[in-house]
Write a protein that binds this ligand. Structure first.
Ligand SMILES: [Zn+2]
Ligand SMILES: [Zn+2]
Length: 260
C-alpha cells in the first residue's frame, strides 16, 4: 500500500502550547504528509482551552477540547467551571479534557482533584461530550469516581498507563484507551502488554505532543506527524499492517469524538 493510504488521527495533542503554537501551519503540513487527517487539540486551563477553540476555528483538521489538567485543580472555581461549560457548547469542541487525577505530582490535593473531576464529569454529561481522561498514579481513585458517574459515560483514558486491572476496569466502563509515544520506549514492556488488553474497537493513538516523542525521535519536541511511529509500534504488536491499524483507530476516534 502506498503512504497515501495511511490515515491517522492524533487524539491528544497540545498545538496550543509552545513550541507547536508558534509553528502550527508547518506542524499541520507535516502531519498531513504523514497521513494525519485530524488532530484533537487539548485544553489544560481556561486560556489553553480558548486557544484550542481558536485553532480549531482556524484549521479544518483541528478539533478542540476544554478542561483543566488535574495538576491545576487548585485553580478550579465555580466560575471557571461555568466558563468552561459555556465554551463546551462551541461546535469545535469534541470532548471535556484533559481532566482527571494525577497523584504523581502533588500540585493539588487529591480531594481538590476529585472535586474538580466530578464537576467536569457533570459538564460532559450535560453537553453530551466524551471525557479525555488523564490518570497518573491514581488508578484506584479514578475508577470509583467514573463508576459513580453512572451508565453511559463516554471517554478515553489518554496516555494509557497503570496496572492491567485498571485498563480492564476502564474497558468495563465502556471507555476507549489511547496510547502515546511512550509505548515505543525500549524500557516500556509493561506498557506494551497493556495494548493486548484493548480490543480493536476501543483502541486510539495520540502524541500528547509536544511531550513524549516516540522512540525514533525521542528527545525532540513531539508533534502530530510522529503519531505514525506509535501507529507502527501498535501495528507490529498486533501483527497487522499499519494501514489497518490506522483505519481502525481512526474509525474509533470518529465514533468517540463524533468527528465529521
Ligand atoms: Zn495528560
Ligand atoms: Zn496532554
Amino acid at each position: 500500500m502506498s503512504q497515501s493510504a495511511l490515515e491517522l488521527i492524533d487524539t491528544h495533542c497540545h498545538l496550543n502550547t509552545e513550541p507547536l503554537q508558534e509553528n502550527v501551519r508547518a506542524v499541520l503540513h507535516r502531519a498531513q504528509a504523514a497521513g494525519v487527517v485530524h488532530c484533537v487539540c487539548v485544553g489544560t486551563s481556561l486560556a489553553t482551552s480558548q486557544a484550542a477553540i481558536g485553532l480549531a476555528r482556524q484549521w479544518s483538521m483541528v478539533r478542540a477540547t476544554v478542561g483543566v489538567h488535574p495538576n491545576d485543580s487548585e485553580t478550579v472555581t465555580d466560575e471557571l467551571v461555568r466558563h468552561l461549560d459555556t465554551l463546551a457548547a462551541d461546535p469545535s469542541v469534541v470532548a471535556i479534557g484533559e481532566v482527571g487525577l494525577d497523584f504523581y505530582r502533588e500540585h493539588a490535593s487529591p480531594a481538590r482533584q476529585m472535586e474538580a473531576l466530578r464537576g467536569f464529569i457533570a459538564i460532559a454529561r450535560r453537553r453530551q461530550l466524551p471525557l479525555s481522561l488523564h490518570c497518573r498514579e491514581a488508578y484506584d481513585a479514578l475508577v470509583p469516581i467514573l463508576q459513580q458517574a453512572g451508565p453511559g459515560l463516554r471517554g478515553v483514558i489518554h496516555c494509557a498507563s497503570g496496572p492491567p486491572a485498571f485498563i480492564q476496569a476502564a474497558l468495563g466502563l465502556g471507555l476507549y484507551v489511547s496510547f502515546a509515544g511512550n509505548v515505543t520506549f525500549p524500557n516500556a514492556p509493561a506498557l506494551r502488554q497493556l495494548v493486548s488488553l484493548v480490543p480493536d474497537d476501543r483502541l486510539l493513538i495520540e502524541t500528547d505532543s509536544p511531550y513524549l516523542a516516540p522512540q525514533p525521535v525521542r528527545g525532540q519536541p513531539n508533534e502530530p506527524a510522529y503519531v505514525a511511529h506509535t501507529a507502527n509500534c501498535l501495528a507490529t504488536l498486533r501483527g497487522i499492517p499499519v494501514e489497518k491499524l490506522g483505519r481502525l483507530t481512526s474509525d474509533n476516534a470518529r465514533r468517540l469524538f463524533r468527528l465529521v
